[in-house]
Design a protein around this ligand. Structure first.
Ligand code: MN
Length: 716
């Protein structure tokens, strides 16, 4: 069905007749007549009459059974440009609902979405979604873009690249969130073709080279699986699956080799019922060895965009990996068309469909994080909601729970009982799975799924919860857990050191010894001492030395002390300024560990904010399109870790000399590694330092030590 271009209205009507009534098609025809007249005489760069574009946008939507209002609006989506018709005129011709959809598309088409960094792009996605009061506006926009991408060959190369990038940045993530994977995947492949033509055609060629072989393998596997399922009387269909080029590109980009991409051999099994899905899975696993950790149950745990399927990867014929997806036909509709699959559900009538769509849009807005945006003016209505006092929601049994407006399922769970909160694994609102930061509304029926084996809440919940009560209960949970963890680490550290020194643990922990240690080191209990050990506040040797006199050389002690210290890259908040953006996650790259006064550059990671590298870090060359300018915030006055490599002629006393050079400076040695490298002695130091000036001075000091050959900053 993909890539079929239609040229006439008759072709569209043929499709519409498969699911719309005569009455509805008449209304679509009226819209077509207006569009035809308004675009008459206009040409596209492809050479076609302009009307071919709206016709095809409508056709793309008809293929997902869009309602007549959406198809009509698609035909009219460009008529408001250049004031060919006013909103009022349009409304009197086709009615308020269609006119509103057209206006909506027109409004978002006027926005120009150019941006170079992740935050700006994310904001654009939010604005686009936030501006669309009706989710159908976004769906029309996606179809509009899809047809424009199919005909992108007609525009100049520079604009092709820009459109392709915008599509990847703004529109495909939205299509993904809406679960519209078939449109998303076509948009991605088309975008890649124009944005990175070399990479695209390289993959196409590779796929072609291996096509025959892969098809034969898949066919063989399909036959085998089909035979097993027939033996067990399971009605099914099996199809091979073409692999999206963009997803291969992504995997190659992450450093995978072409031959290592498992799901190149992929098939999909369709069955009638959910229980068939699990039965098929069981039969496949009993015949073929599954690859550990590749099994995913998206039926029990659907993805946020409603996607459901079972995924597994197994060793098939010839020792090849096959990726198998198992789903019902209904799940398939949702998987392909996501939110738009609701158009196919006839039952419940129009009103229900509309409210289902609205609910989904609401849900969508909430996962796009729109509910906590308060700067945009158009969000004022959302703000009003936030300032309302209380909401009343129900338990599945019908009990009323009052919560402040803005509460999430987390607040609900902790309000019911701490235990419910601590063991929560998911939440359903009105029978729909919702994210835990979903904002509850009046009259919502909230069901909390718990699992008694759950290890407890996630730290992120502290930010997702709205009520102080829930926040403090979560914090409480962690302070208990943290203490236990540190205590355990402390016990291990001390025991390890005792074993190393061949001291009996029981002997060491005699009551009189423990009392002496606690008194000398000023801890009130052995547990507290262990927590301090686990926190690295004191070292095991300090404890041991209370009882046993120190027998180690000074150098050994320094080395151990330094090695026991935990090295952590500091939490970066406002330390680094990304021009024009406030709230973005910034990390210091662990390969080159820049410090203030270093020339730095930001690299936009996929989904993990910006990582800051030294300008000369070799790990970021060739990644130009993800690079953005960043600078140190001069107001922040803090120390940062960085790595030094020290070459020494011999290792006698060198370490002591190095450590001595840190006195009277702001430099702390966090970690030392000694590498004995043939005739060369190498020390790898992690130091915490304020800036380059201070580091350079330290490095010069080290160079003045006898037997030191050189010092350099290292990059991993
Ligand atoms: Mn258009």
């Amino acid at each position: 069905m993909k890539n079929i271009e239609i040229k006439t209205y008759d072709e569209l009507v043929k499709k519409l007749k498969t699911y719309l009534t005569e009455e509805e098609i008449k209304k679509v025809t009226k819209s077509y007549m207006i569009a035809f007249e308004k675009h008459f005489g206009e040409k596209r760069l492809t050479g076609d009459d302009y009307i071919v574009h709206p016709l095809n946008v409508a056709y793309i939507l008809a293929n997902i059974n869009a309602d007549y209002q959406t198809v009509s609006a698609a035909l009219l989506h460009d008529v408001m440009e250049e004031n060919k018709i006013t909103a009022l005129e349009l409304e009197s011709e086709v009615g308020l609902e269609i006119a509103k959809l057209v206006e909506g598309v027109n409004k978002i088409n006027k926005l120009s979405f150019t941006g170079d960094n992740e935050q700006v792009i994310a904001n654009h996605r939010k604005i686009l979604v936030g501006l669309s009061e009706d989710v159908r506006v976004i769906i029309i926009k996606l179809a509009d873009r899809l047809h424009n991408m199919r005909t992108l060959w007609a525009i100049p190369e520079e604009r092709q690249k820009r459109k392709a990038k915008e599509t990847l940045d703004i529109l495909t993530p939205i299509a993904h969130r809406l679960g519209m994977s078939s449109i998303k995947s076509e948009l991605e492949d088309l975008s890649l073709r124009y944005y990175k033509p070399d990479a695209y055609f390289q993959i196409v060629e590779k796929l072609n080279q291996t096509k025959m072989e892969r098809e034969n393998l898949v066919l063989e596997m399909m036959n085998e699986v089909s035979t097993i399922l027939n033996e067990h009387n399971i009605k099914h269909e099996i199809k091979g699956r073409a692999k999206a080029i963009y997803s291969i590109y992504n995997k190659l980009n992450k450093g995978k080799k072409f031959s290592d991409i498992y799901d190149l051999l992929a098939l999909r099994v369709y069955v009638d019922t959910e229980s068939d899905c699990y039965q098929v899975l069981g039969l496949i696993h009993s015949k073929y060895k599954p690859l550990p950790k590749r099994f995913k149950d998206y039926i029990a745990m659907p993805k946020a965009n409603m996607y459901q399927s079972l995924h597994t990867t197994v060793f098939g014929p010839g020792g090849n990996y096959f990726e198998i997806q198992i789903r019902t036909y209904e799940m398939d509709k949702v998987a392909e068309n996501g939110i738009a699959s609701h158009w196919s559900y006839k039952e419940g009538g129009k009103a229900n469909l509309q409210s289902a769509m609205e609910q989904k849009l609401q849900f969508f807005k909430s996962i796009m994080g729109l509910n906590d945006t308060n700067e945009e003016e158009f969000m004022s209505s959302v703000k009003e909601d936030l300032f309302k006092d209380s909401i009343y929601v129900f338990t599945p049994k019908g009990d009323v729970i009052e919560l402040p407006s803005g509460s999430t399922p987390i607040d609900f769970a902790y309000k019911v009982h701490s235990e419910v909160g601590d063991k929560m694994v998911g939440a359903l609102v009105n029978d729909n799975i919702v994210p835990l930061d979903y904002e509850l509304k009046d009259n919502d029926i909230v069901k909390i799924n718990t699992n008694k084996n759950s290890i407890g809440p996630s730290k992120e919940w502290i930010n997702m919860a709205y009520t102080t009560q829930a926040k403090s209960k979560i914090k409480n949970f962690f302070s208990k857990i943290d203490k236990k963890d540190y205590q355990k680490i402390g016990v291990e550290l001390l025991n390890k050191e005792l074993r190393k020194k061949k001291i009996s643990i029981n002997e060491f922990l005699k009551e009189e010894n423990v009392n002496k240690i606690l008194a000398e080191l000023k801890y009130s209990s052995l547990d507290d001492l262990y927590i301090a050990l686990g926190n690295y506040k004191i070292t095991p040797n300090i404890v041991i030395n209370v009882i046993y006199k120190e027998t180690e050389s000074k150098e050994e002690i320094i080395l151990k002390k330094a090695q026991n210290r935990k090295e952590e890259l500091p939490v970066i908040k406002n330390d680094i300024i990304v021009e024009g953006i406030d709230e973005i996650k910034v990390n210091i790259a662990s390969c080159c560990k820049p410090i203030p006064e270093d020339k730095i550059i930001g690299y936009i990671t996929k989904g993990n904010g910006i990582s800051v590298h030294r300008l000369d870090c070799p790990n970021i060359s060739n990644l130009e399109e993800r690079i953005i300018e960043v600078k140190w915030n001069e107001l922040v006055n803090k120390k940062y870790p960085t790595n030094l490599l020290i070459h020494a002629r011999e290792n006698k006393n060198v370490l002591l000399d190095i450590i001595a050079k840190t006195s009277n400076t702001d430099i702390t040695v966090l970690n030392i590694n000694f590498i004995n490298n043939n005739d060369n002695f190498l020390y790898e130091l992690v130091v915490s330092v304020q800036n380059v000036t201070s580091l350079n001075k330290f490095m010069n000091d080290i160079r003045s030590i006898p037997n030191i050959l050189d010092v350099e900053r290292s990059i991993k």
